[in-house]
Design a protein around this ligand. Structure first.
Ligand code: GLY
Length: 348
């Protein structure tokens, strides 16, 4: 079982974990932005490996560099990797560890909210390949994830909001009380002390689901809420050379899929307004879409890798906060109506 440690004393927590694991060597993977953090945490004589930052570095070339450094410095199957960074580092580092000598143990130290709440936990690892995101990878959980809010203070506000969208998703699929606590938290003026207990609750939601279904055969698909629409918006923005942060796309995807849930499985319409207000306050500008974009949005949705057949568009929907319906197929007509209502709610 993956150990989750919530603490702002990250250096001590890591030293304790390394002592417990008594590895033959320790390797700390960072990107150019998190190297200083990796150096600060290194109280056990680990070797630092640093790769370029950003999703464009989540490549075969970068992972080959990590494998090469491990091999050339004599890493063994009893070595441990510590991945210090955002989702790019924990995904790539996790896969490097999962594949080196058929698998070495690794620890994740996420330094972004999005990484802490999503990428670092749950065992999805991988790299991009041939322009496809996360095309090559493996399910392989970290031995432990050490989560702290101390690194978030220097993050751009946009990154915090992006991670918070995944927390909203966890609240919606968990229960009404958790969701309401998040709606009442002001992410636009985030208090990081007050965020830590909410983050802890949110990561536990993900951990509980992943433990039931580590390889996404069923209930883990609940975590895809907001992502069929969100990925389509993200890709559309990228195609227009106006990229939007993943979490911004997910936040808007959540509202679209809440509307679709209302149309298809009776999600209460009264729940749509607070989310629309939150989007207007913290997730602006909204993706610029008009009804002329609908055919292309539908096409992007039909290519989503969550679909099981080329003709059906698959969604995770909600009857109410906490009541999830996975494997729902929506008709193009309902998706168009949902997009219309979403635009009305936001005044687009
Ligand atoms: N990001 C969704 C999952 O880990 O399943």
């Amino acid at each position: 079982m993956q150990q989750l440690i919530f603490t702002n004393e990250v250096k001590d927590a890591l030293a304790g974990l390394v002592a417990e694991m008594s590895p033959s060597g320790v390797y700390i993977l960072t990107d150019t932005n998190t190297r200083t953090i990796g150096e600060e945490l290194n109280s056990f004589g680990g070797k630092l490996i640093t790769i370029g930052s950003g999703d464009e570095c989540k490549t075969l070339e970068s992972i080959a560099k990590v494998w090469e450094e491990l091999s050339m410095s004599g890493a063994t199957r009893h070595s441990v990797m510590i991945n210090v960074g955002g989702g790019m580092i924990t995904d790539l580092g996790g896969f490097a560890a999962a594949s080196f000598k058929r698998g070495i143990r690794f620890i994740n130290v996420p330094t972004t909210l999005l990484g802490a709440v999503d990428a670092a936990v749950g065992g999805k690892t991988g790299i991009n390949f041939l322009n496809f995101k996360n095309e090559i990878g493996a399910f392989c959980p970290a031995e432990a994830v050490v989560i702290s809010t101390r690194y978030f203070a220097t993050l751009p506000a946009e990154e915090l909001r992006s991670g918070f969208a995944e927390m909203l998703k966890h609240g919606l699929i968990s229960d009404n009380e958790t969701y309401r606590r998040l709606l009442n938290f002001d992410i636009a003026e985030a208090d990081l002390e007050a965020l830590l207990p909410l983050l802890e609750e949110s990561v536990e939601v993900k951990k509980t689901i992943v433990e039931q279904d580590p390889r996404e055969q069923g209930i883990r698909r609940a975590l895809n809420l907001g992502h069929t629409a969100g990925h389509a918006l993200e890709t559309l923005a990228l195609e227009r050379n106006e990229p939007i942060a993943h979490g911004f796309a997910v936040a808007h995807g959540l509202l679209i899929e809440m509307v679709l849930s209302h149309l298809m499985v009776g999600f209460p319409s009264s729940e749509l307004y607070p989310m629309a207000e939150l989007l207007k306050r913290a997730y602006v500008p909204a993706p610029a879409i008009t009804c002329d974009d609908y055919p292309h949005i539908l096409e992007l949705m039909s290519h989503d890798k969550k679909n099981t057949s080329a003709s059906a568009i698959n969604f995770t929907l909600l009857r109410s906060p906490g009541s999830v319906e996975i494997d729902q197929t929506a008709s193009p007509k309902n998706i168009r109506i949902a997009l219309d209502l979403y635009r009305d709610l936001l005044g687009l």
